[in-house]
Design a protein around this ligand. Sequence first.
Ligand code: FAD
Length: 320
Amino acid sequence: MSVLIFAELDEGKLKKSSQEAIFYGAKVADMLGTSATAIVIGQADDSELASAGRFGATKVLHAADGKLNEPNGMAYSTVVAAAAQQESSKVVVLAKSSLADAMTARLAGKLKAGLAANVIELPDLSAGFRVKSSIYTGKAFAYNDLKADVKILAIKKNTITPEETEATASVETFSPALNESDFVITVKKTEKATGDVLLPEADLVVSAGRGLKGPENWAIVEDLAKALGAATACSKPVSDLDWRPHHEHVGQTGIKVSPNLYIAAGISGAIQHLAGVNSSKVIVVINKDPEAPFFKSADYGIVGDVFDVLPRLTKAVQGL
Ligand code: FAD
């Protein structure tokens, strides 16, 4: 009876959020006096799979059927449900992502499980099985008492900081039966967003808004992002105006990010923007208007002109 963790791959590597999920799952396994098994779907080499052991998994089940190369919420939930049944897992952990969003409800249906999404703490076992989750875009918390025999926890990014060991996990091939109904929806092609650092996974984000005045000025944003090794992001009007691609738009209607550092340049801080960034660990706001609402949510604020401040920040980072 192990805790099962679905660990998502990105180009054959475990995603950072999956490393967090494995570490979280291993902690839950410790609390329950059992072990942690990861299920990985898609192509990855054995050393990468075994590296799940560094974060606390003792075993990895690897489903590498060629039909599963493209992420597919329907088929992937069948695979994870089959793994949970094989391992008699009572707790299944995933990192919240768009793929996980396409899997969790299906998985809960297949396993007749209780489901909590956006989980932000380890479960409280003194209260049965109570998990705290973030709701209303981070403005409130919910405490969920999961009473079903099987519990699914979709954890929010940055919920836990993994500690690594030298351990490696054993790797077993896993080939559950799949049928046509698992492929009613097929993913034809996955296109990777441009940029060196993937926004949803980024630890550092440099984001800019309408204060940049036009797409021709984005070099100063990209320069700082490059110096920091950060992803670039933008406000909604910026992508609506086609100054930047839509996959960079963060907020209520865009991507939700939880980096360690979010730098917002020339963004007013509307509530819909904050909804996508307010779980960042540290927020730095650069705005020439001292009354800009974003300053209320900032850990550090710089009142100044982005065209002056951004190049100076880049120079300072390059000089480190
Ligand atoms: P503005 O509000 O125009 O702000 C520009 C800021 O730049 C100002 O604060 C200004 O002082 C500053 N500035 C100007 N020049 C300079 C300079 N030279 N140096 C420094 N600062 C300067 N928005 C999102 O971002 N994401 C969403 O997901 C989202 N979803 C929405 C959903 C709905 C249903 C609705 C109604 C709106 C949504 N919005 C969203 C839009 C949101 O309400 C704001 O309109 C938007 O975030 C404003 O973008 P901005 O801050 O780039 O532009």
